[in-house]
Design a protein around this ligand. Sequence first.
Ligand code: URP
Ligand code: ZN
Ligand code: ZN
Ligand code: ZN
Length: 476
Amino acid sequence: MTRKCIKNGTIVTASDTFFGDILVDDGIIVMIGVDLDAEGAEIVDASGCYVFPGGIDPHTHLDMPFGGTVTIDDFESGTIAAAYGGTTTIVDFCLTTKGKPLASAVNAWHAKSKEKAVIDYGFHLMVSEVTDDVLYELPKMIEEEGITSLKVFMAYKNVLQADDGTLYRTLLLAKEHGALVMVHAENGDVIDYLVKQALSLGQTDPIYHALTRPPELEGEATGRAAGLTGLADSQLYVVHVTCAQAVNAIAEARMKGLRVFGETCPQYLTLDRTYLERLDFEGAKYVWSPPLREPEHQQALWDALWNGQLQTVGSDQCSFNFKGQKELGRGDFSKIPNGGPTIEDRFSLLYSEGVRKGRLTLHKFVDVVSTTSAKLFGLFPQKGTIAIGSDADIVIFDPMIERTLSAATHHMKVDYNAFEGMQVVGEPVSVLVRGEFVIRNKTFVGKPGSGQYLHRKRFGEQHKLPAVPSNGYAIT
Ligand code: URP
Ligand code: ZN
Ligand code: ZN
Ligand code: ZN
């Protein structure tokens, strides 16, 4: 049925809360009001529930080769899990290889996702060098593919890391063509030295992963990237911010008026460095880069979301099985594949740990899990809000359900859950993408391949406003 009426929910956007109905036709929200006439529409009862815009996860790594292996969750299992968790759009990182055409990487990412994704998706494009070929191809990727965000790694020396010259030239290109530059901000050269030093001393356990990547090196790289952004008069988005040092560098840049934005992730808000000390190599499950920090940094991150120094929460979904994948690093922490499973629990964790515990308002919650990512990544107002004309990407969320996060009940393929045993309150019960149920009463009813690729607008590009006729009444 193409017409649906979602009735009697408490509709919450990043700016408003109202009680009422949403009428959806052909995947688009066509009317919002109280007691709408729903003739000919399928009625969806949302009473007792919040009705949120679908979550937007701006940071995922599905089916990605990394650390000598490939992430275990692909575009099928990853997007199904995302949908269960209330996420209806992801933007995934397309990795490029030096010397190879950018188009070959983008085509490879289309091939991984096209028949598999159950929610909508876009790509960020990694830039590791700026050659004549890249200078020729990059504007085409922005224009023809709608890939309007570029990723530069300042860490992972000899693997993904780019030098400062490359970052600077990428910032200039982004300014010229209307893209947002994303950085993994850690000082890869110094980390490389510290890792070698630790291994030479026989320090091989997972905890040394954290000890060789101190927060000072994240703060330093964040400040450096922000400085180059100012010099280039460009725009920067710092992914996976973990610590007070990096928050401060972003805040300082923003106070100077720079277009610098920051994202954190649920793991940095809820877990800490002691997890890496778990016995029997269990610590490897909690190896992310940048690493989990000492507990006091969590407060700095919550505060930064609250006060706007950080603007978004991405999952950084990058899952590897404990068995056979994380185990590659037994006896050498530097060989543990970096990353963890977070795509499914991001939305609910932010609600439960954020809203329920008074660390975020309901509106701020919607803003950081959905709306601001839509705005920064060229998807607003098609995505990221509940408004007439927007895609009907909708989460019907029961705020009373109490549950325990666990690998036994999650929908990712990965063999452990990073938040195992954590109690949360609230759960998405039904999730619609462009007006079609993907999750209905906590059951997956979607279809692999139904997710659509998103050609995104350029950074700062305005959406087309509805025409206002001369009598002053806007037509809808
Ligand atoms: O440890 C992490 N974060 N793995 C994913 C790749 C990245 O650096 O974002
Ligand atoms: Zn375009
Ligand atoms: Zn990273
Ligand atoms: Zn990542």
